[in-house]
Design a protein around this ligand. Structure first.
Ligand SMILES: NC(=O)c1ccc[n+]([C@@H]2O[C@H](COP(=O)([O-])OP(=O)(O)OC[C@H]3O[C@@H](n4cnc5c(N)ncnc54)[C@H](O)[C@@H]3O)[C@@H](O)[C@H]2O)c1
Ligand SMILES: [Fe+2]
Length: 396
């Protein structure tokens, strides 16, 4: 057997709490944070537990500034504006409360505030375009990430996604910019609307499934990803059916965060490339986009990852005969994914977006050149990407 060597670092202190204000005050006390920049969006800012947390920090004499002008699929300029706000406030702590868009912006602010320039300087370039202009060489300090969606895993991940002036979604990968703390409080997700519960849960599921199939996967990420898919298969439908099911919300939030950790090693594959390209151009909700992409991605890689595709099927409750040929395995597992996505969760049909397949297929070259396509466990050319895009959102 080949010898194997794996190094997995998880530098984020993970705090699980159902008392957000109390936990934030105790973290700030312990670390001596006194000037806090709250990074959030206007919806989250108005939620009662968030208002309570800000009030509790103010009552302990801390200086609070709020940067809440963040929208979905955040732009480079938003990160740079936030970094300016951080400097102006002379902050020593960023408290990020929100979904992946907010948490990504906050980590971008931490990079720019620590290292200077614009977040555009840190973007990973694909193919032969070379290295980013700058890299985050020092550990960014004082970032507390509080997710309000259970999806991106951004609170544990080293990746952030920003949109440029042409509508391209670009990745920044910075091990030095992971959060100092992640505070997981699933009570924040009790009011997450059903459509966002489905989308963000599918995002987490696709992180685990794509990471599991990735060329960069290792036995430790495999163990995490198997458990993440198991938890989401068993608890996400409950969270969708009853948003107030706290036990389901707990399990789903923990699964999404663990997938964020695994992502740092295994990465995602071409399903996320498709979501990044289409998401930026057509504003397809990120978690829905990866969900629409997944069945064909699994079908595409099944010849080089047959055992893992079978395992995904088993986690999704499929019965696969021991000696089933590859074509049968593929068909059974794709059907199990569709059953989970469309029947158990109830993702709305892609046709609702009104985007023609002709338009979709025109993005094939962009998909091939996207940063994460290279993690796919077999070579992928424009014809392959067109094949995947033709099947994007198919319900059979
Ligand atoms: N860093 C990573 O590794 C990583 C991974 C996957 C995706 N992403 C990025 O994350 C972004 C998507 O993040 P997201 O899916 O968490 O959504 P989001 O942060 O874009 O939020 C979507 C909407 O949900 C609302 N919302 C969030 N929490 C809520 C709550 N508890 N109650 C009510 N409304 C709530 C927000 O106000 C917003 O309007 C995309 O930009 C994507 O590219 C990053
Ligand atoms: Fe994602």
């Amino acid at each position: 057997m080949d010898s194997l060597s794996i190094s997995m670092v998880q530098p984020v202190q993970v705090v699980y709490s159902e008392h957000l204000a109390q936990s934030l005050v105790s973290i700030c006390d312990r670390e001596g944070y006194s000037r806090v920049l709250v990074v959030t969006d206007s919806v989250i800012h108005s939620l009662a537990p968030v208002q309570e947390a800000i009030a509790a920090l103010e009552q302990t004499g801390r200086q609070i500034a709020v940067f809440d002008s963040i929208h979905a699929d955040p732009h480079i300029a938003t990160v740079d504006d936030g970094a300016a706000r951080y400097r102006e406030h002379q902050a020593d702590c960023i408290l990020a409360i929100g979904g992946g868009s907010v948490l990504d912006v906050a980590r971008g602010i931490a990079i720019v505030a620590t290292h200077g320039g614009s977040i555009a300087d840190y973007v990973e370039l694909s193919g032969s375009n070379g290295q980013p202009k700058r890299r985050a060489t020092q550990r960014c300090q004082g970032l507390i990430s509080v997710p309000t969606t259970s999806g991106t895993g951004s609170e544990l991940s080293n990746a952030l996604i920003v949109t440029d002036e042409h509508g391209n979604k670009l990745a920044v990968l910075a091990d030095n910019a992971t959060s100092t703390y992640a505070v997981l409080d699933p009570t924040l997700t009790l009011n997450l609307p059903q459509r966002m519960t489905i989308a963000t849960g599918l995002d987490a599921f696709c992180h685990a499934a794509e990471g599991y199939l990735s060329a960069l996967a290792n036995p430790i990420t495999d163990a995490i990803d198997e458990k993440v898919m198991f938890l989401l298969y068993n608890y996400l439908p409950r969270a969708v059916a009853d948003g107030n099911d706290l036990e389901a919300r707990r399990r789903v939030m923990i699964a999404a965060s663990l997938a964020g950790w695994s992502l740092n090693q295994a990465g995602t594959i071409v399903g996320h490339s498709i979501a990044h390209v289409l998401g930026a151009q057509h504003h397809i909700v990120h978690g829905e986009a990866v969900g629409y992409a997944l069945p064909a991605v699994v079908e595409f890689v099944a010849d080089v990852r047959e055992h893992k595709v079978r395992e995904i099927g088993k986690i999704l409750g499929a019965q696969i005969p021991d000696h089933a040929p590859l074509d049968q395995v593929r068909a059974i597992v794709v059907r199990a994914i569709l059953e989970f996505r469309d029947s158990m969760l109830g993702l709305h049909p892609f046709e609702d977006y009104g985007i023609s397949h002709e338009t979709l297929v025109s993005y094939a070259p962009a998909v091939v050149n996207e940063r994460f396509a290279g993690n796919t466990p077999k070579p992928i050319d424009t014809a392959d990407a067109a094949w995947l895009l033709e099947r994007f959102g198919s319900r059979k």
